[in-house]
Write a protein that binds this ligand. Structure first.
Ligand code: NAG
Ligand code: ZN
Length: 308
């Protein structure tokens, strides 16, 4: 974090100052949420600077030599089709604390998820998840005006946008700690399709997308106001149909700590909403577009698919 002229948003500056000073609440942000935002910033900085100029082919370390990397091509023909318990969602229908903070971190639009208004976390278990996992943050991968940008492909189809809801195993204290363990993280992947329609049913998602013009600049943040539940992020997809496999973070350091659950059902969003993603800028003030990593070798890993 350098030169204050980059900090387009006074809010981000204030957050940085607050956390640097160890002051722990302002603007109605709870102590816990501030702590999580700070931890997320530290983790983001620890991953170093990277870009999508080569769709990740130039990233080093585990990104280069790992054998359980993500994303991968998901196909119903290559998957082991079997009965898997459904994913159970807890507190997904509870309003999150507000305000929510949406940030352009140079690689994506990221929102750290606070506890719900009942003081608990939204969490999941079931599926092939090796434990219980709390929702920590949500971010997006997208293309450009001329390309689609989901990370996984499903039956060879790349979708316009892929949303990731990052969860950490409750066995671990932080996302950073959890990323050192094979059972550390669970990411839910949800595909979005741009549709030629003005209105969307997904008011929660739209409230996030409506704030994107406020975070065009690198390291800017804004508030997402109003009530939001984690459930609303899922649109109205059928959550009983999904792929699951063991893989990695799709950004450096590409830690192999993720149980992936990628839903087959797709959220339709008006194209004019998705276009807002293409306007974001990276740390070089270049357009932040096509922020997806190239497909990785499956290397004999089983991919499971269930439809119920
Ligand atoms: C992930 O790896 C663990 C340990 O090898 C295995 O028990 C589990 O079944 C795998 N999960 C999936 C979804 O492949
Ligand atoms: Zn992601």
């Amino acid at each position: 974090m350098n030169s204050s002229n980059r900090l387009g948003s006074g809010l981000m500056l204030q957050l940085l100052m607050l956390t640097a000073l160890g002051i722990t609440s302002s603007q109605g942000l709870s102590e816990e949420y501030l702590k999580d935002i700070k931890a997320d910033q530290v983790a983001e900085q620890a991953s170093g600077s990277y870009n999508y100029d080569q769709q990740g082919n130039d990233w080093e370390g585990t990104c280069q030599d790992g054998q359980q990397q993500s994303p991968v091509s998901l196909t119903s023909s290559a998957a082991i089709v079997t009965a898997i318990p459904r994913i159970y969602f807890y507190n997904y229908d509870q309003n999150l604390e507000s305000p929510l903070i949406l940030t352009n971190n140079g690689n994506t639009a990221n929102m750290v998820l606070p506890p719900t208004q009942n003081g608990q976390r939204a969490y999941i278990n079931g599926g092939l998840l090796p434990g219980t996992f709390e929702a920590q943050s949500v971010h997006f991968h997208w293309g450009s005006a001329s390309s689609k940008g989901s990370e996984h492909t499903i039956n060879s189809e790349r979708y316009d946008v892929e949303m990731h809801i990052v969860h950490k195993n409750i066995r671990y204290q932080t996302v950073s700690e959890a990323s050192a363990y094979a059972d550390g993280l669970a990411v839910l992947g949800v595909m979005f399709r741009a549709v030629n329609r003005i209105f969307s049913l997904h008011s929660g998602l739209i409230r996030i997308f409506n704030q994107l013009p406020q975070i065009v600049e690198y390291e800017s943040s804004t508030e997402v106001t109003g009530r939001l539940t984690v459930q609303q992020l899922l649109g109205n997809i059928k959550t009983g149909e999904f792929y699951s496999y063991n893989g990695s973070l799709t950004t450096p350091d590409c830690a192999e700590s993720v149980t992936w659950t990628v839903f087959k059902d797709v959220v339709d969003l008006p194209e004019r909403q998705i276009m807002k993603l293409w306007e974001l800028k990276d740390s070089r003030s270049q357009p932040l577009t096509n922020n997806y990593r190239t497909l990785q070798d499956i290397n004999d890993r089983p991919v499971y698919y269930t439809a119920q």
